[in-house]
Design a protein around this ligand. Structure first.
Ligand code: ATP
Ligand code: MG
Length: 291
């Protein structure tokens, strides 16, 4: 089963000609069978664990994975399944919700900056500073609550935010943080189906939140905001992946394939053992064998 092409098919690294409508949320590529996809996912998970071990040992690169999506697109499930094989010691997940009072005392990139992954680690952002050009754009009252001086919240604010995000990501990339961004692209119809399941199935009731239905009414505004976000922040150094999200098994396969391809492209290697270190190891072994 070929997975190589999956990583490039959904990659957007230049916003110029990007149109969300060119991407089908129900796409499953050439993958017709959920079972085959699941086998490939399992292989990806094993490979990811091996690569993460080297990433950690080498301690040079960091990997930042950002997930953005409409509600019920499956962010949580992707994070849970795709990362199930990795060593939790080298991986941190952060979920960014409505900012706290303390967070609102700072610039919009502050809280996420505190959580960026250190070298050798994988950092996962479940939502990120991108909310600041999504929910804050769809609901102008959110921007108002951010306590910015009036003179700084003119009509250029979204372009300025895009510029600042690009600059931050370029800086991170230049410092050794590899960034991959995933937009889980769900259809409105499939969201409805999943919300209904949350209402109908007792085991899923806890997942339902009133605000999900409220936000659904702003669907078109969100789609526009997502499209503009990708147009303005898709770059070579921090590409977006527009991942079809109507079939969870396919979403997970694409995400895991992208992560494996990314880590593979770094040509990771365990640190070399030099002569001095080798002597140390030999001396330690002699000592241990004595008694
Ligand atoms: P789930 O519903 O799967 O538990 P979630 O990520 O949707 O996960 P919620 O607590 O339902 O978590 O929602 C978080 C909310 O916080 C979202 O509505 C999101 O838009 C909002 N949010 C995140 N960042 C910001 C921000 N910077 N400004 C305003 N709202 C934000
Ligand atoms: Mg939610």
């Amino acid at each position: 089963m070929k997975t190589e092409k999956l990583a490039s098919t959904f990659r957007v690294d230049s916003g110029k000609h990007f149109h969300l409508k060119d991407f089908d949320p129900a796409d499953t590529g050439h993958w017709r069978s959920k079972q085959h996809a699941e086998e490939a996912l399992q292989q990806g998970i094993v490979r990811m664990a091996e690569l993460q071990d080297v990433l950690y040992a080498q301690n040079r690169w960091a990997l930042l994975l950002i997930f953005q999506a409409m509600d019920a697109a499956g962010k949580d499930g992707v994070i849970k399944h795709v990362m199930s094989g990795v060593n939790p010691q080298g991986c941190q997940v952060y979920s960014f919700k409505v900012p706290s009072d303390q967070e609102l005392q700072h610039d919009f990139l502050w809280r996420t900056t505190l959580c960026l992954p250190e070298r050798g680690h994988i950092g996962i952002f479940n939502r990120a500073y991108y909310e600041e050009v999504l929910v804050a754009r769809v609901h102008p009252e959110i921007l108002k609550s951010e306590k910015l001086p009036d003179s700084l919240t003119g009509k250029d604010i979204w372009d300025e935010r895009f510029e600042d995000i690009r600059a931050l990501e370029r800086h991170m990339a230049r410092s050794g943080t590899v960034i991959r961004k995933f937009f889980l692209h769900l259809s409105k119809k499939e969201q409805k189906r999943r919300f209904l399941a949350r209402l109908d199935e007792p085991g899923k009731n806890w997942k339902f939140s009133e605000s999900d239905i409220r936000e659904r009414q702003f669907w078109d505004d969100y789609q526009k905001a997502y499209e503009d976000m990708i147009r303005n922040t898709a770059t070579e150094y921090a590409p977006w992946y527009v991942v079809p999200a109507d079939n969870k098994w396919f979403t997970r396969l694409v995400v895991s394939t992208v992560i494996v391809a990314t880590l593979t492209s770094l040509n990771l290697a365990y640190p070399e053992v030099d002569d001095a270190k080798r002597k140390q190891l030999e001396a330690a072994k002699r000592l241990l064998l004595k008694k």
